[in-house]
Design a protein around this ligand. Structure first.
Ligand code: HEM
Ligand code: SF4
Ligand code: SF4
Length: 441
């Protein structure tokens, strides 16, 4: 007998119809949540549009190549997630398990739809079926292993990692989705009683089926339908929750990898005309950031890598790049169109970033770029800091020695407050080596 199984085997037509209805509702809830985030990003500054229409396809590809490469190497290849011990292994397992299970479920649905067109189009049988079932059975364990490792880490509550109550829901739903998936499979094996390869290709489900050996076929069918529903509802709950939990990074992470500028900590040049037209320099209000910078705030999953790399944090300065990104994200949460931050609400000051982030925090940054280089989703805290600092300087918010130096440079071009021609006096009699000031090879 050719090994196979019916896609909605034991699921009555009424349950199938309800299944698609609940699927549509959960995707709708997820889509609304995501759209609400997009509306916040859209309040950021547009990035100067490239002359896209005028560009030839080759130029377009050249423009997007770095982003596509990052998607491939750092998104799919998880390059920057690796190298952090157990948490990297946990994410690797979760990531690969999730992608394979997602692909498998999609293929199952494709087979189901193809079968509705013509029985001949079914491909879920024979060698393909055996390979499919075996792969998903094993990768389900990998997925569960990753989830369990993350559970263990959350129980230890390391200080560098952010903690939210919803994290328990995310990991709890992954764990129960994995376990109920295996129970559904075991109950299906119990009532279907496949033999030979058709049974052995699901080693975990087959082993678990021995627990249900005492059930009659009818009982197994009843339980199968009940646990199938529980499993489906858990999956739909997870889909709907994506934009409202840390899982948002599943969408915003790849998006930011695609759209982030190639250079870390890049301070965009501004002409006098541009500054006059905008009526400001740098960022004062949250909406002065570009939409990509606002989106990047939603990509941060509080992994703490930037904080661990930051020399300012390490030397107990009042700066943590992770905290800074999260504080800005807190402001972004309030930036709902029509909400308190909407210009029409007359409460614009609420989004004054300087009221939220202390100047001392911004000046604690050494501009070393380490945070941007380690971030797995290319959030760039340094660029956020530089834009905010630029505004502080432009609005006279600079204090102390740095302010005095800038004032003197503006007045006479000499940082010591002496006449311009005395600027190089300090070198007199010091005989600097001939190589000073020469370009290095
Ligand atoms: C571009 C793709 C992705 C990147 C770069 C990425 C990166 C990360 C990073 C760096 C963390 C923090 C882990 C740590 O602290 O070391 C994380 C957490 C997490 N990721 Fe992803 N991720 C991606 C896609 C996904 C996908 C597709 C899933 C689906 C299952 C996922 C599920 C999770 C979960 C559940 C956590 C939180 C675990 C916890 O409770 O701490 N990620 N991700
Ligand atoms: S650039 Fe600034 S915030 Fe980033 S790691 Fe260096 S000191 Fe820390
Ligand atoms: S900014 Fe990047 S490195 Fe820092 S906590 Fe967020 S995701 Fe992690």
């Amino acid at each position: 007998m050719t090994p196979t199984r019916e896609t909605f085997g034991n699921i009555p037509p009424s349950s199938q119809a309800l299944f698609y209805l609940v699927a549509a509702v959960s995707l709708g809830v997820g889509a609304i949540g995501f759209w609400r985030r997009v509306r916040r990003w859209r309040q950021g500054q547009p990035i100067p549009p490239p002359a896209l229409a005028a560009e030839a396809l080759g130029n377009l590809l050249a423009r997007w190549r770095p982003g596509l490469r990052r998607l491939w190497v750092e998104g799919l290849g998880q390059q920057r997630v690796r190298g952090r011990g157990l948490s990297s292994w946990a994410h690797g397992s979760l990531f690969i398990g999730f992608l394979v299970l997602l692909l498998g479920t999609t293929l199952l649905e494709v087979d189901h739809l193809a079968g509705m067109v013509s029985e001949k189009l079914h491909f879920h049988h024979g060698a393909y079926y055996v390979g499919y079932e075996f792969t998903l059975d094993v990768l389900g364990l990998v997925f569960l292993l990753g989830t369990a490792l993350f559970f263990g880490r959350r129980l230890r509550r390391p200080a560098s990692v952010g903690h939210r109550t919803t994290d328990w829901y995310v990991l709890g739903s992954f764990l129960t989705i994995g376990v109920t998936g295996y129970v559904v499979e075991a109950l299906r094996i119990t009532w279907q009683r496949p033999v030979g390869l058709g049974a052995w290709c699901s080693p975990v489900g087959w082993a678990l089926a021995s627990v249900f050996r005492g059930l009659s076929e009818l009982q197994a069918r009843h339980w199968h339908l009940a646990v199938w529903w529980l499993h489906a509802l858990l999956v739909f709950g997870f889909l709907a929750a994506i934009p409202y939990t840390r899982l948002l990074h599943i969408l915003t992470g790849p998006l930011n990898l695609l759209c982030a500028p190639p250079a870390v900590g890049f301070l965009a040049p501004v002409t006098t005309a541009e500054a006059e037209a905008a009526g400001r320099l740098g960022v004062r209000d949250l909406r002065h950031f570009t939409w990509q910078q606002l989106m990047s705030l939603d990509a941060c999953m509080e992994c703490g890598r930037c904080e661990e790399a930051c020399p300012a944090t390490a030397t107990a300065k009042p700066l943590s790049p992770k905290r800074l990104v999260q504080d800005l994200r807190g402001l972004l949460d309030g930036l709902a169109p029509g909400g308190a931050g909407d210009p029409s609400s007359g409460n614009e000051e609420r989004f004054n970033v300087h009221a939220r982030i202390a100047a001392e925090t911004l000046w604690s940054c050494t501009a070393c770029s380490a945070c941007g280089f380690v971030c797995p989703v290319r959030v760039d805290p340094l660029r956020l800091i530089l834009d905010l600092r630029r505004n502080l300087v432009a609005e006279g918010g600079l204090r102390g020695t740095a302010a005095v130096v800038l004032r003197r440079l503006q007045a006479s071009g000499n940082p010591w407050g002496l006449p311009p021609e005395a600027r190089t006096d300090w070198m007199r009699g010091r005989n600097p080596p001939a190589s000073v000031g020469q370009p290095t090879s």
